[in-house]
Design a protein. Structure first.
Lengths: 379, 345, 306
């Protein structure tokens, strides 16, 4: 009975909506707000909403829903947004496996999808789509940049490790494609593993001169804490995913000295970024992470395109997105032909200046890095 | 395996012999409500609600499978996600190779994949039957908590295997770009897909009722209630249980294949122990060992998930409170509340 | 692989085993005495870790935090027993599984509500940081060594508690004949609350100590919980001795599997494929072990009773 009531209620609502202003824009955000790894989704959302608030437009409605990091929940939310709410733009997904479940069918049903985080290789290459844009990075970018940086820094023999899942193997492949040198060892750990004693013993026993690892979320926290107590003093490198401001707060001083690659840093000196960091701190009382900057950039990209055209005018809106005519927190920003960014990747170092560890910009790893899947894309 | 005795009245099931028992009426009522809601939503141009109804039917089908082992057979399996996921992967892998026009598993000599639903359903039945036979053959040597845990262990093994098997996406899972087809029908039409799900659910309910009325059901019930008496009657309890476990796994496997098609996606999350818990929750919410219990449980569970999820990001907290309340204060689940504690079907 | 590395890896396995023992002993005690299967045991582990991190942050002392974490876990355990669990003793396993599954949801989301989504900071205390050189030239982290020592001490303590004290006598009596001990005039509900709180305190201790090595975050108890169940099923449910041996077995097999299997596959495969396949098999290994043991010994290695 409840279902019937709901259905009829929704039908009434749909009919009233249809008569509402036709040029209103509806954005559906599906992101991870509960369970493990939810701080990424929370930051993307907060950054996104901050930009929306600053724009102060009352013709844009943003609907936010929690996917609990489950692909089938994300999929069902996407259907809800597309079929019931008739959204113009979808955004928000954090994890690649959720993006792969949602994006290919969502963009075929009508709305644009603007990714604030996940950038799986298939969506950059084989399955690229004219309505799909990625504002963050292709998944391999930060690993490739670190490979290039370590090669420049004359690292001879790194020990590399990542979890045994597609993003993990992609990470090590991306790293190797730019590093191209000898490796001390290449180890895959279990996804969700929390104890790294066995791997640390292998590192100590090896003849490695450095460590590169990709262990996102809690795995990275556990690894860094245990690394600090293991009596190994090799330099550590990794992508920013294991060293965002929230993770650093949990790891503490154990992370000091680590170099990590990121497309953004909070001390990156440009007016947009300075204003963003200040207003984010003021509103939420914490330092933004790279995810918050991605959410902020995603919203501003959308806003810039909405100034030119309504998403119903698909070609004009797509062209406006492609132009990427917005002030990015990263400074220069443009899209490649597959709608993925071509951007500088920076190197940051974890330092402690008396009030807890934080990242400090030290240089550029690669300028104008483009992903390596663009050739597979037919756009 | 005596742990379930307190749960289910010792009365042997007199399924169907009283044509219009209260439970039968409620069962038909639930089916009609679901069908009417789907048709109404379709006419109102709300495909979302039609898909929600499909989801309920599929989850209920998975529950009907588990109910056969757990409710009627007294085998508390904490690993039915294994069959649900394998069914899903059969549909996903078949569609993957049909899309690519490549042979199964990339091995030349094997036939190409298929995107025909009947082929995929039969394959899911076959594969899940074989896996359930292997798991059941080993697990049925144990009982009580050991049985719960060994089924969980097998499901975890398959989960980790799926996570680290890169060919079919590993942790990322495997998208199904084009919904599998059935000649003569437009499976992309939500109402058509719902009808398919509902038809399979109806078939499973019908077959379960037939079996439970037959000698097989009597033997299975007796194996649960009094193993020794069954043995003195000259029937070995173990093959009966194994058969029920295998059929149970097969039904849940078909539900998995449908679920993969509904979502256009299959991934290891379909195999996780949380999923096993959810299928179990659905059976218990509805009423253990009640024919239409899983349907009632599925309606309640999916509705709670959808409604609470829209209200608060802490919805799982409230889901937990509701579940706890059901266990503590509403024994017998929804069907127990609606149809009373006696069991007819 | 050198001998010292092998010794170190075996130590790592034992350390994982001691931590699993802390979890498993509580589970197995509760099952043995009250016949209850408790999926929410991992929530006490999480409670211990979160309260330890919180109190350590407030006071600056890890040891005060550790004490707080263990006491909080025991207190939460007692409250949960008093409000929910005691209604489940006479129910079947199915109700127990469902109710404690619901408790997991409540605890996980409740913790997130109170502490937020971000992982908390907790680190090894200064006095136990760094590593020591053991006889034979094995260099080993001091903190992990301390965990092993603590685990041994707890195992001995539990043994003495159960075999030498009045409480232990009642626990043993409860395991053997639940009706009898009530008839003898023992306050059974207090005994049950005590045993449950003891189990929760042990889980909290595990969470607090491991929290310093890992990430203190919501959901951290679940992987450990599954492992602890594997342990008690292998060891024989209800048997503390079985839990100890099962825990060390699982710890060592898991650790050595992770280290040795990829190397084994490298003998006949390309290195990056070998790491992947080896890691995949290693993650399945303990479940294979468990299924294998149950196939031949359906009640575990040291079944107390069923």
């Amino acid at each position: 009975m409840k279902k019937l009531l709901n259905a009829s209620l929704a039908a009434v609502m749909a009919s009233t909506l249809a008569t509402a202003q036709a040029d209103e824009v509806k954005i559906g955000m599906i992101t991870t707000l509960s369970g493990g790894g939810s701080h990424l989704g929370v930051d993307v959302r907060d950054g996104f909403m901050l930009a929306m608030e600053q724009a102060g437009r009352d013709d844009i409605e943003v609907l936010v829903q929690d996917d609990a990091r489950k692909p089938d929940v994300a999929k069902s939310l996407a259907n809800e947004f597309i079929q019931r709410e008739d959204v113009d733009i979808l955004t928000g997904i954090i994890w690649s496996n959720l993006a792969m479940a949602v994006v290919p069918s969502a963009v075929r049903q009508g709305p644009f999808y603007i990714s604030p985080n996940a950038g799986p290789s298939d969506l950059a290459g084989r399955l690229c789509h004219n309505k799909y844009f990625n504002v963050a990075w292709q998944n391999n970018n930060l690993h490739e940049a670190m490979g290039a940086y370590m090669k420049q820094a004359d690292v001879k023999k790194p020990f590399i490790l990542a979890p045994n899942y597609p993003a993990g193997t992609d990470a090590l492949d991306g790293f190797k494609s730019r590093f191209q040198g000898e490796l001390a060892n290449e180890v895959y750990t279990q996804l969700g593993q929390t104890d790294y004693a066995a791997e640390l013993a292998q590192i100590r026993a090896s003849d490695a001169d450095s460590v590169f690892f990709f262990l996102p979320g809690g795995m990275g926290i556990a690894f860094m804490k245990q690394y600090a107590g293991a009596g190994i003093d090799l330099p550590v490198y990794g992508p920013a995913f294991s060293f965002d401001e929230i993770i650093l707060g949990a790891v503490g001083d154990a992370a000091v000295g680590v170099k990590n690659t990121s497309q953004w840093a909070y001390d990156l000196d440009n007016p947009t970024n300075n204003a963003f960091v200040a207003s984010f701190r003021e509103k939420y009382g914490r330092t933004p992470t790279l995810y918050a900057s991605q959410g902020f950039d995603t919203a501003n990209l959308i806003l810039s395109a909405l100034d030119v055209a309504h998403p119903d005018d698909e070609e004009a809106f797509q062209a406006a997105l492609e132009a990427a005519n917005f002030e990015s927190t990263r400074g220069d920003f443009r899209f490649g032909p597959n709608h993925h960014p071509i951007q500088d990747i920076y190197v940051r170092e974890v330092v402690d200046q008396g009030n807890g560890p934080t990242n400090q910009l030290v240089g550029v790893a690669v300028e104008d890095l483009q992903d390596s899947f663009v050739d597979q894309c037919s756009l | 395996m005596t742990s379930l005795e307190s749960h289910i009245p010792s009365r042997s099931p007199s399924l169907g012999r009283r044509p219009l028992s209260r439970e039968t009426v409620i069962g038909w009522g639930l089916i009609l409500v679901l069908v009417a809601a789907a048709v109404f939503a379709h006419l109102a141009g709300e495909p979302f609600y039609v898909n929600l109804a499909s989801r309920i039917a599929i989850v209920a089908l998975a529950g009907v499978g588990l109910n056969l082992a757990l409710g009627f057979g007294g085998m508390v399996s904490f690993g039915h996600a294994a069959f649900f996921g394998i069914g899903g992967y059969v549909a996903g892998i078949g569609a993957f190779h049909a899309f690519d026009q490549s042979p199964l598993f990339g091995l030349s000599g094997l036939p190409a994949g298929s995107d025909l639903m009947p082929v995929l359903w039969l394959s899911a039945l076959l594969v899940c039957g074989l896996v359930a036979y292997a798991i059941g053959a080993i697990s049925l040597g144990t009982s009580g908590v050991y049985f719960i845990m060994i089924t969980l262990a097998f499901a975890q093994m398959i989960y980790y295997f799926a996570v680290s098997w890169p060919t079919y996406g590993g942790e990322d899972g495997l998208p199904i770009y084009i919904r599998n087809s059935l000649p003569g029908l437009d499976t992309n039409n939500p109402l058509v897909f719902f009808t398919l799900c509902m038809a399979l659910l109806g078939l499973a309910l019908f077959l379960t009722q037939r079996w439970m009325n037959a000698r097989f059901g009597a033997a299975l019930t007796m194996a649960r209630l009094n193993e020794t008496r069954l043995a003195t009657a000259g029937v070995e309890p173990r093959p009966i249980r194994l058969a029920a476990f295998v059929i149970s796994g097969m039904i849940t496997g078909v539900a998995g294949a449908l679920f993969a098609d509904l979502n256009g996606f299959v991934g290891p999350s379909m195999l996780s122990w949380h999923r096993s818990g959810e299928i179990m929750v659905i059976v218990i919410l509805g009423g253990v060992g009640r024919l239409c219990g899983p349907l009632a449980g599925a309606i309640l569970f999916v509705m709670m998930e959808t409604l609470l999820g829209g209200l608060t990001e802490y919805w799982q907290l409230f889901l937990g409170v509701v579940l706890l309340a059901v266990v503590l204060f509403a024994r017998g689940g929804v069907m127990g509340l609606l149809a009373g504690r006696e069991r007819y079907a | 692989m050198t001998l010292t590395l092998l010794i170190e890896q075996v130590l790592n396995g034992i350390q994982l085993g001691t931590m699993l023992f802390l979890m498993a002993s509580g589970l197995t005690l509760v099952f043995g005495v009250m016949g209850l299967i408790n999926l929410a045991h991992g929530s006490f582990y999480m409670t211990g870790a979160f309260v330890t991190a919180w109190v350590t942050g407030l006071t600056g002392s890890f040891w005060v935090g550790l004490l707080g974490g263990v006491l909080a876990a025991a207190a939460v355990g007692a409250v949960v027993e008093w409000t929910v669990i005691r209604r489940l003793y006479h129910r079947d396993h199915l109700d127990q599984v469902l109710a404690t599954f619901a408790l997991i949801l409540i605890f996980s989301e409740g913790t997130r509500w109170i502490f937020g989504s971000s992982p908390l900071w907790l680190n090894v205390p200064d006095s136990l940081s760094g590593s020591v050189t053991l006889p034979g030239g094995v260099e080993y982290p001091l903190y992990r060594l301390a965990i092993i020592v603590m685990g041994v001490a707890i195992a001995i303590g539990l043994y003495l508690l159960i075999s030498r004290t009045r409480l232990g006598m009642r626990i043993r009596a409860g395991e053997n004949d639940r009706e009898m001990i009530g008839a003898l005039g023992v306050d059974i509900s207090t005994l049950y609350t005590l045993v449950f709180a003891l189990g929760a305190a042990l889980a909290g201790l595990a969470g607090s100590t491991i929290g310093a090595l890992q990430s203190v975050q919501v959901g951290m108890g679940e992987p450990v919980l599954i492992l602890a169940f594997v342990v008690i099923v292998i060891g024989g449910i209800g048997s503390i001795k079985g839990a100890l041996i099962g825990a060390v077995l699982v710890g060592v097999v898991d650790t050595l599997g992770r280290v040795l299997l990829p190397g084994l596959f490298k003998l006949f495969m390309a290195p990056s494929d070998a790491s992947g396949v080896g890691a995949a098999l290693a993650s399945m290994l303990i479940y294979v072990l468990m299924a294998g043991i149950l196939a031949f010994k359906p009640n575990g290695l040291f079944a107390a009773h069923d």
